[in-house]
Design a binder for this molecule. Structure first.
Ligand code: ZN
Ligand code: ZN
Ligand code: FE
Length: 768
């Protein structure tokens, strides 16, 4: 008989607040092992006694059968002794505070099946209780302000548990054992319905009244998990139009929410990968192809062949939808580009002119989170999932790099901002924060840096930021005067984010197509062919540069870019072209030509994103935009069929760098437009020619560098036609092609790229 030994293990990862200790307890009891388990600031520590075989089996079972919400990053053996301690049972010890805090906070999670069953069971004491949750589900990251994850460190601290809840909370065999947000009708948070004056609507069932109001066409601000949604009935055209008018948002699609996949199938096509994402515990918004029926108002997602759809994820959502609506519009409760509103007072103040009613509650949201957005792109025989916006339910899960780096803080890009903190090889990217030019978003940016530093106990040794000198986050970086600052070039960061994700450690070719990013020469880059690693890069090629007449104004009014490009080609003959320059008068166009002649307020750029805008305007698809990317999105949707023209272009070497001259493509497009060729065919020709350019450039770079690995990154690659064609053609040319999946391909992924580049530079003792 083998002798009894005593072992102590430390388990790290998301192991707190996810039912890990009761799981270990049950497992130990089943195996008749003695000892104890406790939560501390590093994770979960287990001391256990048994034979070697028993203990090995026990650890294996921990790995294999761990609770659904947990993630194990590592299990380390702290000691092994032959002497047995002689425990008489297995127990759960009180949480201990250790000096370092490495326990990970779980993301917020959708309500689980067990809780849903109780929610709709009229014999259950939590029947229809909007805050039902358990150890396997409910709010986490959004309500915590310190660790360890215990009720006093969450916004649930204000609610005193009733006797019944306390019994469940303390019963190791209960499925609510140590569920920190545990609550019920007697002791937990409550919902209230208010009118837009903030006056309470007295009724025993505010949810039922809300449903009535929604059916009558009202717009209701509903407090959710990470913030407020503006909710309306998508079948009610008048309600949808009213919401658009009040939100001053005429075109950008509204997201919609359904209870189950069955309802979704009534109005959208759902592929297997998309279904998996929709029903995943993260419950992101998934972009789905619309069905050609008219279930909803055209104004839900006008001029768009996709719906952004998510499934219900809080009990309150289920209560609103269940047997009432196929779907509800659930768009972020905010004013234009401001941060999503998460506090009751702010909601009442800022949304009172948009919402008719407010369904609020008194469980405070500590940190705000937008809904995450995902899309699936079909690439021939495989499909790629890309996270367009990473926020609720994904954060704060870390990404693991191939090696440990010094701890740092990266501040991301200014638009679509995220920040990233790393502890050695674990990189914690924040939720989508937004456009820092907004005061509320900038406040949120600072709050999130402080919160993550505290929750993760990371003291950064350096700061990484964008090279753009006037970004708010760049300024913030230089204000933190104790730490060295590493400015990182924007497109290098995009490239590194893609290399990071695929565990790369050798030089690669980066094809980075983007809006604009500050270049090494001070011009705005955005159509770049780079070769580099995590330390450095060289610019091997770029798109012909052009002027943005009026700077940011040219981004809002793409016809200005079309005008400038055609003016370069046709000069004064531009007025005879078959192109409509929005509603601009001849005088206005004369001003533009003068701007171009004199270079007033006309920064130059190589941006492919802006080139898409120009082509969209040139083809008469979209001349003035309401939301970012609109011109390119509408051009992509129009571009279809199998019929296309091969457009002309030139690639020339200029000062040892390849320059793609796309002006001949535009001349061709004008010629075909004169022939009245269909716009969809011309749009497709533009996409396909771009992919030819990518392949030709990569071939040129490969013959100079022998590098075979290509990273496709930058927001322009959200364009599925472009991504698919570049991917397949590069593959056919025997390149290994990679693109971002779980790190956003747009500027939401910049912070992690900055982090990893600055970390390598810091390690090498390099500056800048
Ligand atoms: Zn549950
Ligand atoms: Zn209770
Ligand atoms: Fe970018």
């Amino acid at each position: 008989m083998s002798s009894v030994i005593n072992r102590r293990y430390l388990i790290k990862g998301v192991v707190q607040g996810v039912g890990f200790r009761p799981f270990v307890y049950r497992l130990a009891s089943e195996n008749n092992l003695k000892g104890w388990v406790l939560n501390d600031s590093k994770g979960v520590t287990v001391e256990v006694e048994g034979t070697k075989e028993q203990l090995n089996k026990f650890v294996k079972q921990i790995m294999q059968e761990k609770p659904s919400l947990s993630t194990i990053n590592e299990i380390s053996l702290l000691h092994e002794k032959i002497i047995k301690h002689g425990y008489i049972n297995f127990s759960i010890k009180k949480s201990a505070n250790a000096d370092t805090r490495e326990a990970l906070v779980s993301p917020d999670t959708n309500v689980c099946h067990d809780c849903l069953r109780e929610l709709f069971d009229d014999n259950n004491r939590r029947y229809k209780y909007p805050f039902i949750n358990c150890t396997n589900c409910g709010p986490r990251y959004s309500i915590i302000f310190d660790i360890p994850y215990d009720r006093p460190y969450t916004t649930m601290r204000d609610f005193l548990m009733c006797k019944e809840c306390k019994k469940e909370y303390e019963d190791i065999l209960d499925r609510r054992f140590h569920a920190q947000p545990i609550a019920c009708w007697d002791c937990g948070p409550k919902v209230e319905l208010l009118n837009n004056q903030g006056k309470k609507i007295e009724d025993d069932d505010p949810v039922a009244v809300t449903i009535e109001k929604l059916k009558q066409g009202a717009i209701v601000a509903v407090k959710g998990l990470g913030g407020y949604h503006l909710v309306a009935d998508p079948t009610n055209d008048e309600a949808v139009i009213t919401l658009r008018k009040r939100k001053k948002r005429l075109a950008k699609p509204f997201a919609i929410m359904s209870e189950t996949i069955t309802e979704v199938r009534r109005y959208a096509n759902v592929q297997p990968d998309e279904e998996k994402l929709l029903t995943s515990k993260e419950r992101p918004i998934v972009l789905l192809k619309k069905k050609k029926n008219k279930r909803f108002s055209d104004n839900v997602a006008p001029v768009n062949d996709h719906f952004g759809v998510m499934l219900a994820y809080t009990p309150l959502h289920y209560l609103l939808l269940h047997n009432n609506f196929d779907a509800l519009i659930c768009t972020s409760g905010n004013l234009s580009d401001e941060a999503i509103i998460h506090r009751n007072e702010t909601a009442l103040k800022k949304l009172s002119k948009i919402a008719d009613f407010f369904l609020i509650h008194n469980r405070e949201i500590y940190t705000r989170l937008d809904d995450s957005i995902v899309r699936v792109t079909n690439l021939g025989n495989i499909s790629e999932t890309s996270l367009v916006r990473r926020a609720r339910s994904y954060v704060p899960m870390p990404y693991k790099f191939i090696r440990g780096l010094p701890n740092g803080l990266a501040l991301g890009s200014e638009l679509k901002n995220t920040i990233c903190l790393n502890r050695q090889q674990y990189f914690f990217m924040s939720q989508h924060i937004g456009d820092l030019k907004n005061l509320s978003t900038y406040e949120s940016f600072k709050e999130i840096i402080n919160l993550l530093k505290k929750l993760l106990q990371i003291e950064p040794q350096f700061i990484a930021c964008d090279m753009h000198p006037v970004f708010y986050n760049t300024k913030y970086a230089y204000e933190q005067n104790e730490l060295p600052v590493f400015p990182v070039q924007h497109h290098h960061a995009h490239m590194a984010s893609c290399m990071f994700e695929h565990g790369f450690d050798s030089p690669a070719i980066g094809v980075i197509f983007d809006g604009v990013g500050y270049g090494l020469d001070g011009s705005l880059w955005g159509g770049e062919f780079l070769v580099g690693d995590y330390l450095n890069f060289t610019r091997k090629g770029y798109f012909h540069q052009f002027k943005l007449l009026g700077g940011d104004k040219a981004v809002e009014e793409p016809y200005r870019i079309a005008f400038e490009l055609l003016y370069q080609i046709y000069s004064k003959n531009i007025y005879d072209l078959p192109v409509r320059f929005a509603r601009a008068t001849k005088e206005k166009l004369n001003i533009l030509s003068k701007m171009s002649d004199t270079n007033i307020n006309s920064p130059i750029t190589s941006s492919v994103g802006r080139l898409f805008d120009a082509v969209s305007a040139l083809l008469g698809v979209r001349e003035i935009i309401e939301y970012e990317g609109q011109a390119a999105i509408e051009l992509e949707q129009l571009s279809s069929g199998n019929d296309f023209f091969k457009l002309n272009y030139e690639i020339n070497k200029k000062d040892k760098i390849w320059e793609v001259n796309f002006l001949p493509m535009l001349e061709d497009l004008i010629r075909y437009k004169r022939e009245n060729q269909p716009t969809g065919k011309l749009g497709l020709s533009f996409h396909l020619t771009l992919s030819e350019i990518v392949v030709e450039m990569c071939n040129k770079i490969r013959s100079e560098t022998q590098i075979n690995e290509v990273m496709l990154s930058g927001g322009v690659f959200l364009n599925q036609i472009l991504l698919k064609n570049c991917y397949l053609k590069l593959k056919a040319n025997k390149f290994n092609v990679h693109t971002n999946n779980s790190i956003p391909i747009n500027d939401g992924g910049i912070s992690i790229g900055q982090s990893v580049i600055a970390g390598h530079r810091f390690l090498k003792g390099l500056r800048n």
